[in-house]
Design a protein around this ligand. Structure first.
Ligand code: SF4
Length: 366
């Protein structure tokens, strides 16, 4: 039975060459590998099965992926892989959809993409699909998977739902950085975490192409994130970093002279965020949070969202679950590597706050 849920379209060799070039660039690999990637894509076209599950989620990662432009999600989903099950994108429903899922699990060797967290409270009853708790569905699908790819902050580390009443978990339980639920169900299978809220489509495309070409996964960091995308710190590569070092912090959104200044006082968590949004950009390489004047919320990190909450609020101490509160000065010196400038920066920071507080108290006196 052909269980493809999305009808294949025709793809030319030129399209494969285009996808290959883009994927190599995304992964930071040499374009000299292009012939190998093209061959792998041509050979595997429509053969690599993918199951995409959605648990406690908002479907934002799906939206993000379906809206990708270069290479387009359509060219990946329709022509390169065989998407067997995806609740939002598939046309099938009910028995037909469940049958496709069961057949694919029995065949084995598929990529399992997981979107959304896994609620554990009340034995998983906060999220059931076809009468089954999501936690059991994950376990069942992980059984015969070749590799597991949790996408988005929720599936990787629990994300925003982890702060709610459903005891939601991701690949890692919580900010203590201990391995969590997936460890019980994945055994020794490779797990490639692609956090951020939502998923960046290029990162998933590149992982799929890498897998199809080399039958392996790209090098990962301690939190199972591909180093190619999560190996660098936002703060070290930020276009506003010069303002941070010079002590120019945006304090008033309404003051146009401050419009490009560092967003640290507005709650920026860039000093904690390992990602490449600053170079990859979003929405077809149009823009990203900091360039659009929104502080980075570090959605690439296991501590998101709990330890960084409330977002958009300056934090001087950060509460790391299981570790306790750590002073911002210590973190800035360690994480941001501003040992020398950090001392000055901290004094400047105090002065800015002092001035701002004096201004606010003056306003109150009036
Ligand atoms: Fe950029 Fe945020 Fe660092 Fe400021 S604190 S330099 S806005 S990453």
């Amino acid at each position: 039975m052909n269980t493809d849920l999305l009808r294949p379209t025709s793809i030319t060799r030129r399209d494969f060459v285009k996808i290959s070039g883009a994927a190599l660039a995304i992964l930071g690999l040499s374009q000299a590998l292009k012939p190998r990637v093209v061959k792998a894509l041509e050979t595997s076209a429509g053969k690599t099965a993918v199951i995409w599950l959605e648990g406690q989620d908002c479907a934002g990662c799906t939206e993000s992926f379906l809206n990708s432009l270069e290479p387009s999600a359509a060219s990946i989903l329709l022509d390169t892989i065989s998407l067997r099950y995806h609740e939002t994108a598939m046309a099938a429903s009910g028995y037909q959809a469940e049958q496709a899922l069961e057949d694919t699990i029995n065949e084995g060797g598929y990529l399992l993409v997981i979107e959304g967290s896994i609620p554990m409270a009340e034995d998983g009853l906060y999220c059931t699909i076809g009468g089954k708790p999501f936690k059991d569905i994950v376990k069942e699908c992980a059984r015969n998977a070749a590799a597991i790819v949790p996408v988005g902050a929720c599936a990787t580390y629990g994300g925003i739902p982890r702060s709610g009443p459903t005891q939601a978990v991701g690949y890692l339980y919580d900010g203590t950085r201990k391995h969590g639920y997936f460890d019980d169900v994945t055994g020794n299978k490779p797990v490639i975490n692609l956090p951020t809220c939502p998923l960046h489509p290029e990162r998933l495309v590149a992982v799929i192409v890498h897998y199809l070409t080399f039958s392996s996964i790209p090098p990962l960091d301690n939190f199972n994130r591909p180093i190619a995308f999560y190996g660098k710190l936002q703060h070290d590569n930020c276009e506003r970093r010069g303002h941070f070092d010079a002590g120019r912090f945006m304090a008033d959104w309404g003051d146009s002279s401050q419009k490009d200044w560092c967003l640290y006082l507005k709650g920026c968590r860039g000093p904690w965020a390992h990602q490449d949004c600053w170079s990859r950009l979003w929405n077809g390489r149009t823009n990203y949070c900091i360039r659009a004047n929104a502080p980075c919320v570090a959605c690439s990190e296991p501590e998101f969202y709990e330890a960084f909450s409330p977002l958009y609020k300056r934090q001087f101490d950060v509460n790391f679950p299981g570790v306790g509160r750590i002073s911002i000065d210590k973190i800035m010196a360690t994480v941001a590597g501003v040992a020398a400038a950090g001392v000055g920066g901290s004094i400047i920071l105090d002065k800015v706050i002092e001035r701002k507080e004096a201004k606010e108290s003056k306003k109150e006196d009036k």
